[in-house]
Structures are given as structure tokens and as C-alpha cells.
Write a protein that binds this ligand. Structure first.
Ligand code: K7E
Ligand code: CUA
Length: 654
């Protein structure tokens, strides 16, 4: 029922049509007159279908969305929270790069994560390439507590706490030089899985490309998540050494396939590009074989072998050697066709769907068959590293004809799969229990990469909505120069046919993946309680102050300023130090009122933190530049916000 007669539509929308609104009636020229839907439609050139789409997404002021998308910000290094169905952007969450509004990277507590914990090989890295945010799960369901993100460029994983939408931990992987198959979680978030992408000698060693087959490796790292602390426990984590096949997307099994992880790969040719010689470039070198290998990992068995001490130590990480993994049944392969991409376990855990960048099918493996073949050691052969290989046909449920370049697949509650098709620029709907049935293709704009569905990776997807995450926007939005935003398109999947209802330009890096969670599962806090809470320890900081406890302590050239912050003053507001002093501001926002955020900036010193109600922050710096530096509150917090200011006076050395 796409086209409604206007009066009927107006009635359906509860809008009264004014008199004299025939098809040729002129549009209203002055706003604020009687609402006349038909005139507005004529004036704006909207069809009935447009108005229905608008009504499906429009969310009046004060009304909240039903779902929240948490999307990767790509090489923006952050995370984007978006309400659905309105597609309003709620927040950018700083993860791998500095972000001034959140006071992340400008002298505050978050600097430790950003500038110290996330160093790789001693190098400070202040950007990341976020690909696959994954929500924490309990029994295969999103629980709304945490989200994990990977940094493809620098092999790091971050933990974002969804109670305050703040990055709480960054872990640098000391084994691999890039990652891609991350961050995927097992059904009870026992582990956060991170697999490497471009092979390199493990641990950051040097080896020439001529030693690629012998020395270059991939790895799957299983980061142990300690839910009670809300942090990854590095010491309890382990990795599995993998052949140098450019591991790709991954997913964890659930139900029948719980205890298993599946990882795609795309370079069994082991192409390292031209190698500066006359070898083919990687794009063709890595596209010679008809099949690459889906990696099938029994992580519970791997866990036992790790506990039995069958590991070697590389940079402090316990690594299960490839030969052991191959011999002990931890690692098994099955062929996957034509430059595989995407690796998605169905909600019932019974099948694994993979795409192929140069294929026209979605390939569906039957986990029961995979498991039986492995149990019977029914192998077709072994690869050069001794890893057993299953027969493709024997492991297959079937192959669904999809279109050119199927990538990623998400699911609804009715057994439908929705596959993103890059080359065709479509979303294709099909049924993973009825392979071979007719499909439905919806054009999207353009070159869709990932796709996300409401609760779509959980054990019980909601249906309702799918979002196409398109790599290219081209003509969809106003021009902003040659660098265009990406284009997210919201699709209503409740009806018999998919319906495109909203376009959202995403103006930052290239978002790869996203997950969509029911909004009421997110239990965010409004204030940090009690006042003085350090968001990184969830405890009141020993350096927080209550009203009356403010003071300045001097110890040689160390100056500690214990400052309270409340509408509309800093106490103390005048701080006099000597050039060269090591100054620490301990800032306590004493407010417990919702949305009473202050900021604290010291001019000319590159210092800026955010002080949400009840938060403790700490800013340390060397007062190396003499002079007079205003300090002020950066959030318009009250009528006398401009007056919320003071001075840092740095006396020159005699
Ligand atoms: Cu962009 Cu998941 Cu990194 Cu496919 S990957 S699109
Ligand atoms: Cu506090 Cu403005």
C-alpha cells in the first residue's frame, strides 16, 4: 500500500486538510498558517510514499527513538551513536583519537589510554581505523553494557562502557601489525576476538618478503573479558598462530556452534604484492585461487591446550603454535569461494554465511555437517602448514544466487537474510532455510559495504529495520567538495517488500560495521554519583574534594590544586605558580543535577577537560611558559557562565 489518496493519507496521519487545497492550489507562502499537508507536499515536491516514509521516521521533539545504532567511525577512529528510526546522531564517542568536547586527549585522565596504553612499538598513535563494533552479549543477546571496537590500522582493541559512553580501555596487540576480524564476542562475552589482516612476522620482528611463507603469520587473539571489572584481562588472554592467508571477518558460534569461531580469509595465494620485482600486485596475486579458506576454530579446545601450557610466549602473549592448532583439531579449513568477504553465523547458530567480492552467491555452511566431518576426521587433505581441510560440498547447506559482489549478511526474526551486494548496489533479501527461493533486491545508493539489522547479530533479531551502510553517496546530498560523506539508508523491513525510508550522510571516516540495539537495553547514567567519581575506576577519587576542602598544596616545585567546580565558579580561581612547576589540577564537579556539565580549559596550554556532573578529572602539566593565562568554563552552564573563570599566573624564573 505505497500510494494513498491524499485525504485518506491525511486521515491516517491525523492531519486536517484545509479548504481549497485542490491539486493546483498555490503552496502557502507564509509559515505558521493552517497546516495543509497537500500544499506542503506540492511545495516541496513530495509524493505520498515520501510522506509515509517521513511519518515512519519523524520523531517529534521530546519523543525518543526505539533503537540505537552504534556505528564505527572508520578512520575517524571513533564510534557514532544514531537513533532509529529518526536517524538523528546522538553522539560521537572518542576512542582512538583526541576529541576536545569530551576532553579526551587534552591533559585529562583519558590521556593515559590515548597516549600511553595505545602506543605500539613505543610510537604514539593518535588515530585508528575502526571497523567492527561489537556489543557485549549475555546468552547470545545484546546486554547493553559494553561495546568493543578494533583499530585495523594499528592492531588495537578498545572497550567502551555504555553506562557513560566513554572509552575505558585501549589494548595494543603486541603480536600482529594490523587486524580486521575484530572485535567479535563469544555468546557470553567470555572473549573478544581480534584476528590479524595483513600477515607479518609475529611480535613485530623483521623478515624479508622472500621469507613470507616461513616467517610471516596471522593470528587470532582471544582477549579475555573480565565483566566484573569491565576490562580485558591481558594476562588471561591467548592467541592462536595462523598461516599467512590475510584473515578477514570473523564471527562466533552460538547454541549448537557455541565454542567455535569462524574466520574468513582471502589470500591463500600468499601474495605479498610485486615484492619490488615482476610479481603481480596483491589485487591480482591474491585473486588467483577459486577458493580461500574459512577458518574453523574450536576455541574451547584451544583454551584447554593453553591451560595445559602448550603455548609459546611472544611479547608476553601466550601463543598456541600453528602446528599444535593443526594437529590437535583446534584449526580446520573449508574452502570459501571467490575473494570471500563477510562471515555471519545465523541467529540459531546452525549455519555460517559467507559472501564473495567476486562471486554471485552467498555460501551457507551447515555447522552440524562441519562438526561431524571434524569429529570423523573426514578430511580432503591438508594445507602446506598441516591444517586439515574439509570437503566444500560435504560441508555445504547450499549456495544462494544473490548478485554481483555479496559481502555481509544480517538476519531478521523470520529466517530471512539481508545481504549487502557491493557491485550491484543492492540489499538482497533471501531465506537461509529455503535456499534457492526467489529473492528480493532493493537498490541502495551506492556501493553498499556493511549492513546492520535491529538486534541483528543476536540470538533473537527483531526484524523491523535494516540499515545499508553505503560507501558512496555521489548525488544523494548537497556537494561539499570532492570528499563526500558516506550514506546510511534506513530500510523498513516490516512489510512484504523492503522500503527505503531515510538517508543519513555520515560526515567522518568510512564506517564499516555497526550494531543496532533496542534503546531500552541501554542503562546510561545521568550523573556520576557520588560527586568526585573517577570514571576510569568507578570510585570516588582520593583526590576529589567536597565543598570546603579546596586548597593549594605546594611541595618544592610540585603544585597540587584541589578545586571544586559548581555553578558558576571554580574554587580556588586564582592559581599562582612559578615557571617550571609541575602543576596538577584535581577537579571535582560537585553538581548532581542532570545535564549540568562544566568544562575546564587553560588558555594557551592546550588543556581542556569535560566535567560532567559528579565527575573527577585531573590535569597535569609543566608550567613552562610564563605569563597570565585565563582559565574558564567551556560549557554554557548558567546565566553567569562567562563569569565562570579565573587565572593561572606563571611567574617567570628570576
Ligand atoms: Cu569494510 Cu567489515 Cu572492514 Cu566489509 S569490512 S565493507
Ligand atoms: Cu560552568 Cu560554564
Amino acid at each position: 500500500m505505497r500510494i494513498l489518496a491524499v485525504p485518506l493519507l491525511a486521515a491516517a496521519l491525523g492531519v486536517s486538510l484545509g479548504a481549497g487545497c485542490g491539486p493546483d492550489a498555490p503552496g502557502p507562502s507564509a509559515p505558521g498558517g493552517a497546516v495543509d499537508l497537500k500544499q506542503v507536499m506540492a511545495q516541496r515536491g513530495l509524493t505520498d510514499a515520501d510522506v509515509i516514509a517521513a511519518a515512519k521516521t519523524y520523531t517529534p521533539t521530546g519523543k525518543h527513538d526505539e533503537y540505537v545504532i552504534l556505528a564505527s567511525g572508520g578512520h575517524g577512529g571513533n564510534l557514532v551513536a544514531i537513533g532509529v528510526p529518526s536517524m538523528r546522531i546522538l553522539k560521537y564517542v572518542a576512542v582512538f583519537g583526541p576529541e576536545p568536547w569530551q576532553g579526551y586527549g587534552y591533559g585529562g585522565l583519558g590521556d593515559k589510554l590515548l597516549y600511553e596504553d595505545s602506543k605500539q612499538g613505543g610510537k604514539q598513535i593518535t588515530w585508528g581505523d575502526v571497523h567492527h563494533p561489537n556489543l557485549s552479549e549475555t546468552n547470545g543477546e545484546y546486554d547493553g553494557e559494553f561495546i568493543f571496537v578494533n583499530d585495523k590500522a594499528n592492531a588495537r582493541i578498545a572497550v567502551v562502557d555504555l553506562k557513560d559512553f566513554t572509552t575505558k580501555q585501549i589494548i595494543a596487540n603486541r603480536l600482529v601489525m594490523s587486524d580486521h576480524g575484530g572485535a567479535f564476542v563469544t555468546p557470553n562475552t567470555e572473549y573478544v576476538v581480534e584476528t590479524s589482516q595483513y600477515p607479518a612476522p609475529l611480535g613485530g620482528a623483521y623478515a624479508p618478503l622472500s621469507e613470507y611463507k616461513d616467517k610471516y603469520r596471522g593470528a587470532a587473539t582471544f582477549w579475555k573479558f573480565d565483566r566484573s571489572r569491565g576490562r580485558i584481562d591481558e594476562a588471561a588472554s591467548f592467541a592462536i598462530e595462523l598461516p599467512p592467508y590475510s584473515q578477514d571477518l570473523a564471527d562466533a558460534g552460538k547454541f549448537d556452534s557455541d565454542g567455535w569461531v569462524f574466520i574468513g580469509s582471502w589470500n591463500t595465494e600468499m601474495s605479498a604484492g610485486t615484492e619490488g620485482k615482476d610479481k603481480p600486485p596483491m589485487e591480482s596475486g591474491a585473486s588467483q585461487n577459486d577458493m580461500d579458506y574459512l577458518h574453523i576454530i574450536d576455541w574451547k579446545k584451544a583454551e584447554q591446550l593453553v591451560q595445559a601450557g602448550k603455548t609459546t610466549d611472544i611479547n608476553g602473549m601466550r601463543v598456541l603454535p600453528l602446528a599444535t592448532a593443526a594437529a590437535e583439531g583446534v584449526l580446520t579449513f573449508v574452502g570459501e569461494p571467490k575473494s570471500p568477504h563477510g562471515c555471519d553465523v545465523t541467529p540459531d547458530g546452525k549455519a555460517i554465511v559467507v559472501g564473495g567480492k567476486l562471486d554471485t552467491h552467498a555460501t551457507v555452511f551447515e555447522f552440524a555437517k562441519v562438526k561431524e566431518l571434524i569429529a570423523k576426521k573426514d578430511f580432503e587433505g591438508r594445507d602446506a602448514y598441516g591444517v586439515p581441510i574439509l570437503n566444500f560440498q560435504k560441508a555445504l547447506r547450499g549456495q544462494q544466487e544473490i548478485g554481483l559482489g555479496p559481502l555481509h549478511t544480517v538476519f531478521d526474526e523470520k529466517g530471512n537474510a539481508y545481504t549487502s551486494v557491493f557491485l550491484d548496489s543492492t540489499v538482497v533479501k533471501w531465506n537461509y532455510n529455503q535456499i534457492g527461493q526467489p529473492t528480493e533486491a532493493l537498490p541502495v545508493h551506492y556501493n553498499i559495504g556493511h549492513i546492520t539489522a535491529a538486534e541483528g547479530d543476536s540470538a533473537s533479531p527483531d526484524g523491523r529495520y535494516v540499515v545499508a551502510m553505503n560507501k558512496m553517496a555521489q548525488d544523494r546530498h548537497l556537494g561539499v567538495g570532492p570528499l563526500l560523506p558516506q550514506n546510511f539508508q534506513l530500510i523498513d523491513i516490516t512489510g512484504p517488500k523492503m522500503e527505503l525510508i531515510y538517508d543519513l550522510p555520515i560526515p567522518l571516516g568510512e564506517p564499516h560495521y555497526a550494531q543496532m540495539i533496542k534503546a531500552d537495553k541501554l542503562k546510561t547514567i545521568q550523573v556520576y554519583t557520588p560527586a568526585g567519581t573517577d570514571p576510569y575506576t568507578d570510585e570516588v577519587s582520593p583526590h576529589a574534594v567536597a565543598a570546603g576542602g579546596e586548597r593549594i598544596e605546594r611541595n618544592g616545585n610540585k603544585v597540587d590544586v584541589y578545586m571544586s567546580v559548581i555553578r558558576s565558579h571554580f574554587t580556588p580561581d586564582t592559581i599562582e605558580v612559578n615557571q617550571g612547576d609541575l602543576v596538577t589540577f584535581h577537579l571535582t564537579n560537585l553538581e548532581q543535577a542532570f545535564d549540568q556539565t562544566h568544562g575546564f580549559a587553560v588558555d594557551m596550554y592546550n588543556l581542556n577537560v569535560s566535567l560532567e556532573p559528579g565527575k573527577y578529572e585531573r590535569v597535569s602539566f609543566v608550567a613552562d611558559r610564563p605569563g597570565v593565562f585565563p582559565l574558564y568554563c567551556t560549557e554554557f552552564c548558567s546565566a553567569l557562565h562567562l563569569e565562570m573563570a579565573g587565572y593561572l599566573l606563571v611567574k617567570p624564573r628570576a
